[in-house]
Design a protein around this ligand. Structure first.
Ligand code: NI
Length: 168
């Protein structure tokens, strides 16, 4: 168990595509635990990708259940290993932040609903459909595994990016 330092932009490791997981072993379980510990060390955080702690593997966590956004639906904690988006539908514009870009938030256009396929911590295939805020969190984390940051998806850097109002 360990809270690991979070890489910040412009660390080049955040721009790399991550490698698939082939072995569902103790090292993977430790990685998942470190991701969980690191995520919980940052209040309000709803997702984290392994590359953000310097491990370039296709592993991410999403848990939007703590988010207070009114009306948000959450399926709770998901360990996403080798995730991919099978179906995406609709359009959703929401404000996003990221542990690796602590000074900014931005309006980002995403799909409103996504069906994803992934493996869980023991390698079993899973399929989940998520919408709205939870779907945004999933798309944000899968982007990380492909070396894409939310600022890369902003259509207008002049009007859609905002400094954080409060700093920890
Ligand atoms: Ni992020």
């Amino acid at each position: 168990m360990a809270v690991r330092p979070v890489l910040l932009v412009p660390d080049p490791r955040l721009k790399q595509a991550c490698e698939p997981i082939a072995q569902f072993d103790d090292a993977l379980h430790e990685l998942v635990q470190d991701l969980e510990d690191t995520m919980h060390a940052h209040p309000g955080c709803v997702g984290i990708a392994a590359c953000q702690i310097g491990v370039l593997k296709r592993v991410a966590l999403v848990d939007t259940s703590i988010h207070k956004k009114h009306g948000a639906v959450s399926q709770g904690r998901m360990v996403l290993i080798n995730p991919s988006i099978a179906i995406s539908e609709g359009e959703w514009l929401g404000r996003e932040g990221c542990l690796s870009l602590p000074d900014f938030t931005a309006n980002v256009r995403r799909s409103q609903t996504v069906q994803i396929r992934f493996q869980n911590g023991t390698g079993e295939p899973q399929q989940v459909t998520a919408s709205n805020f939870e779907a945004v969190a999933i798309q944000h984390e899968i982007d990380h595994l492909n070396g894409i940051l939310f600022l890369d998806r902003v259509s207008n850097l002049a009007t859609d990016v905002f400094p954080r109002k409060t700093k920890a």
